[in-house]
Write a protein that binds this ligand. Structure first.
Ligand code: ZN
Length: 247
């Protein structure tokens, strides 16, 4: 079984399509594991919902999904993110909003537990320091945890007293080894923030080795098309500009 692991698509259709095409070229996948924030920030929410739902998938909710449905107060967001959340709520159909509202906050597939933020606070916590990693390892019932939300591609390894976090490296993906628990963040498809504008994803192959293997990939997409759609929708200019910077 091969799973495409993606997070934070954020209504960026060009980045999502490029990711699917790249994964297909890497040998394909049987299922998409999606870690939340399907919408927000960019201008193609309905098309991204439809594309994910057209594929076999396991999906959970993120904070932007909840802000669009009203499950989270959009006033908790900064101005540009709030403007995009309110715009998205206007353009989506009732059925699309219901789909987002019914996404679970936490789920599990094989030996992977999935939450957008963390297992301590599935919707809102940014898992970016050892204490947050400890809090999630403490609650983790499977060997591996998958998170998104920070838009940083990261692996946290449980070692000794303090978990160790590293940015993912395309040439040296994390190894899945017996007894080694990991928290993995595939980075963001639709709005990377690690200084690299390319869409970011993981590909899991359960049949390679005893615990399976991971591949980490970055993929270019038609960023000018995404930016043109943001401007045409009247969304804040900063949302278009930040995509080029990967911030
Ligand atoms: Zn996000």
């Amino acid at each position: 079984m091969r799973a495409l692991i993606v997070s934070d698509i954020h209504s960026n259709l060009e980045a999502f399509e490029a990711t699917l095409a790249d994964a297909a070229a890497q040998g394909g996948f049987d299922v998409v594991w999606f870690l939340g924030d399907l919408v927000g920030y960019n201008a193609d929410p309905g098309a991204c919902i439809a594309l994910l739902r057209s594929l076999p998938n396991v999906a959970i909710a993120g904070n932007h999904d909840h802000a669009v449905t009203g499950q989270l107060d959009p006033n908790l967001f900064n101005g540009a993110a709030r403007a995009a959340a309110l715009w998205t709520a206007e353009v989506l159909s009732a059925a699309e909003l219901t789909y987002l509202a019914e996404l679970p906050a936490v789920t599990q597939a094989s030996d992977f537990t999935m939450a957008h933020g963390s297992l301590r606070d599935p919707i809102m916590e940014y898992l970016l320091n050892p204490d947050a990693a400890i809090a999630t390892f403490t609650r983790l019932q499977t060997q591996f945890c998958l998170v998104g939300h920070s838009h940083y591609p990261l692996v946290w390894r449980e070692t000794g007293d303090r978990p160790k976090g590293d940015l993912l490296d395309e040439s040296n993906p994390p190894q899945l080894e017996p007894g080694q628990r990991l928290i993995l963040n595939p980075g963001s498809v639709g709005q990377p923030r690690d200084g690299d504008w390319r869409a970011s994803y993981l590909l899991y192959d359960s049949d390679a080795g005893p615990l399976g293997s991971l591949q980490y990939r970055r993929v270019e997409y038609d960023i000018a098309a995404t930016q043109a759609k943001i401007r045409a929708a009247g969304l804040p200019e900063s949302l278009a500009n930040r995509l080029s910077e990967g911030r």
